[in-house]
Design a protein around this ligand. Structure first.
Ligand SMILES: [Zn+2]
Length: 213
């Protein structure tokens, strides 16, 4: 079953191979933040385990970014907790090492009221043009949340680059950005809880990954 999902991965070959090598697609029964259920989870933490893998990912992400935007057309990156944070850090450092372009880097943390920027850095966002780096796009709700947060602090979110898009489509809300793209697409299923075949079969939710707890 899981082999079918690996075969469905499309995009940057070295990243596709890395996803296979690290066995990032985990089969079981999962509930996502959106409330939807699936029989496969993209375990991005497995891609953040080895520095060699992160080095490959940052190179591919920054190369891809350069194909979409000139590097002097934006001020820096923003990533959402948790795995957007290491991505933004390694990519920002890579920009500097490649061409001495220093980029700002913001972290959107998760709080009880949603995503937030720590008070000490909120004023720094004003006037900044930011690119969001994300690990896995599912419904793009986090992107919407980050865009609102950046706008409310006087900055602008101009683009998005994700490692993987779980669906081979451009989510409607992303069309508001100047650009939105990803290195790899998959076509992994998910369902409303009420029409989940795994729930119907009485299979327990995986408590390690996803938002089952
Ligand atoms: Zn289910």
């Amino acid at each position: 079953m899981i082999e079918k999902y690996y075969r469905g991965l499309q995009g940057q070959p070295s990243v596709v191979n890395l996803i296979k090598r690290r066995e990032v697609l985990v089969p079981d029964h999962f509930r996502f933040k959106s409330g939807r259920h699936s029989d496969v989870y993209f375990a991005k933490d497995r891609l953040m385990l080895h520095s060699r893998d992160l080095a490959l990912i940052r190179g591919q992400m920054v190369d891809h970014l350069r194909s979409m935007i000139q590097m002097d057309q934006f001020d820096g990156f923003i990533g959402a907790a948790h795995y957007g944070i290491p991505l933004t850090a390694v990519c920002a450092v890579h920009c500097f090492e490649q061409s001495s372009e220093s980029k700002v880097m913001f972290t959107a943390e998760k709080g009880p009221q949603g995503l937030f920027i720590r008070r000490g850095l909120r004023n720094e966002i004003k006037g900044k043009r930011l690119v969001m780096l994300d690990d896995v796009l599912t419904m793009a709700t986090t992107v919407d949340e980050v865009a609102s947060l950046v706008t409310s602090l006087g900055g602008s979110l101009i683009g998005l680059l994700a490692l993987i898009n779980r669906h081979p489509v451009m989510q409607e809300s992303l069309k508001r950005l100047a650009f939105a793209d990803w290195l790899v697409t998959s076509d992994l299923p998910d369902w409303e809880a009420t029409s989940c075949p795994l729930c119907a079969a009485g299979i327990e939710l995986n408590m390690e990954y996803g938002h089952a707890a």
